[in-house]
Design a protein around this ligand. Structure first.
Ligand SMILES: Cc1cc2nc3c(=O)[nH]c(=O)nc-3n(C[C@H](O)[C@H](O)[C@H](O)COP(=O)(O)O)c2cc1C
Length: 456
């Protein structure tokens, strides 16, 4: 049975202390949060809107009073606002939608999806679910309104927990049902989202440079969380999601990590080091649940986990770059895999595939050239002939980069770059039998086995 009259209660009485301003009046893409919310509620088909404000709060934008009934909260707790708003619903309302104004970006499609699943006859509570997490707003049959007045109820979650059997979780596409606008960083992210993707994602990708020096400005946890949240939407083998990110901010711990990563200064100095781990531990837990044990012996599983981690890491760096941050991947995290795993308390079946340092960039390296496109993209089948001249071009481009870096930047990481060496010289030094460097990390397989990977 569908509701005959859905009343939305917009909770807009918070002081917005962490935001430093009244959240209802935040400017979101040229319109206030409260106007955006009311417009979305109208689009979603609600029949009436009650807005709950704090006594003494600033006036709402002109014209809103005709579209919504404004009432005052009696108390600063969210539940007090809920009670005041619900008490002011029209008598005809058989469905309620409780929408905190700091979920202003939830979007009318998500709101409509919740309303569509409301069932006044069955006392249902409908929650939006995004990325497996429950969010806001919460829709409920008006017949449950009396429960909100129970003095034992101090949060909406209390009502939800009371009888999980009546809760229906509806997956929605909008990430903003699980992200509220609490801090200025949230606001910046919301505004960036409203601006839409950068005019040209390809241009953003082509502008990539690894950044190895950073301003002292920290990356706020909310921003870090938003980046990892976005990054984990990368494709993942069989939905296994065999990755784990461990964020290290503590300076002392970062120094310990840096010591295990060939002493790289940017690992020590970046505001955050992210260990991008390939992680079979959660698979082991899943197997345990079913009374079986994970077979981590297969090389295939190691490769899958490593690919999953790499996709997540690259997504993460790109997401960071889209927000004006920069970073550098740290393969040196594989210098001492066992020691690093111990330092980070990694469980068995988890190793740091690579690190990623992130921050507000303070360097300005010249972009490094890539191999010519024809060496990377071939059509229908590989043609060796297409590679003719590729090494010459790659060498010339690398030498030109070295020369320009010396001339325009005074060198790279404090050292002049050898302008006589091309790309192929570098390869020959790194991975030929004749050069001792090719012995690098030759104990990796043994260390990975020690960490629980079979590699068979
Ligand atoms: C998996 C991986 C590991 C890397 N490890 C390191 C590292 O340990 N230290 C470092 O300074 N740069 C590291 N880099 C950055 C590369 O040197 C850099 O991406 C490459 O030279 C191309 O330069 P660009 O990223 O500025 O275009 C790594 C890159 C990748 C993809």
């Amino acid at each position: 049975m569908r509701c005959q009259h859905v009343c939305a209660v917009v909770l807009a009485a918070g002081a917005g202390r962490r935001m430093g301003q009244d959240k209802a009046l935040l400017d979101l893409g040229g319109t206030t949060a409260i106007e955006r919310v009311v417009a979305d509620l109208e689009l979603a088909g609600v029949d009436s809107v009650v807005v709950v404000r704090a006594a003494g709060a600033g006036p709402l934008p002109a014209g809103l009073a005709e579209r919504a009934h404004v009432v005052l909260a009696h108390g600063s707790e969210m539940i007090a606002s809920v009670r005041a708003g619900v008490a002011a619903r029209p008598p005809a309302a058989d469905g309620l939608l409780l929408l905190p104004v700091d979920h202003a970006l939830a979007g009318h499609e998500a709101l409509a999806a919740l309303i569509a699943r409301l069932d006044p006859g069955h006392g249902r509570i409908v929650l939006p679910l995004h990325g497996g997490r429950p969010g806001h707003p919460i829709a409920l049959a008006a017949s449950l309104a009396a429960e909100l007045d129970d003095p034992r109820v101090t949060t909406l979650r209390d009502v939800i927990r009371r009888d999980p059997g009546r809760v229906l979780a509806v997956p929605v596409a909008s990430p903003w049902v699980v992200r509220d606008l609490d801090t200025p960083a949230d606001l910046a992210a919301a505004r960036a989202a409203l601006r839409g993707p950068p005019a040209d994602v390809l241009a953003l990708m082509a502008a990539h440079r690894s950044r190895r020096a950073f301003a002292a400005t920290p990356i706020e946890d909310a921003q870090l969380e938003a980046l990892v949240d976005a990054a984990r939407h990368a494709s993942t083998s069989s939905m296994l999601q065999t990755y784990q990110v461990v964020a290290v901010r503590d300076a002392q711990r970062r120094a310990q990590v840096a010591a295990l990563c060939a002493g790289q200064a940017h690992v020590r100095e970046a505001p955050v080091f992210l260990a991008i781990c390939a992680d079979l531990h959660k698979l082991a837990l899943a197997c345990e649940r079913h009374g079986v044990t994970l077979d981590a012996s297969a090389l295939e599983l190691f490769v899958e986990a490593t690919i999953d981690a790499a996709l997540l890491g690259q997504n993460l760096l790109l997401a960071a770059e889209s927000q004006g941050l920069g970073g550098c991947m740290i393969g040196a995290a594989r210098e001492h895999p066992v020691q690093l795993a111990r330092l980070l308390g990694l469980p068995r079946g988890c190793y740091v595939a690579f690190g990623l340092v992130l921050g507000h960039p303070a360097d300005d390296p010249l972009p490094r050239p890539r191999l010519p496109l024809r060496a990377v993209l071939q059509r229908e089948r590989h043609e060796a002939a297409a590679l003719a001249g590729v090494l010459d071009e790659a060498d010339a481009a690398a030498r030109a980069w070295a020369q320009a870096t010396n001339e325009q930047r005074g060198g790279f990481l404090g050292r002049r770059v050898d302008v006589t060496r091309g790309w192929s010289d570098r390869v020959a030094r790194l991975w030929s039998h004749e050069h001792p460097q090719s012995k690098a990390r030759r104990n990796l397989a043994a260390e990975l086995r020690e960490l629980g990977f079979g590699l068979q």
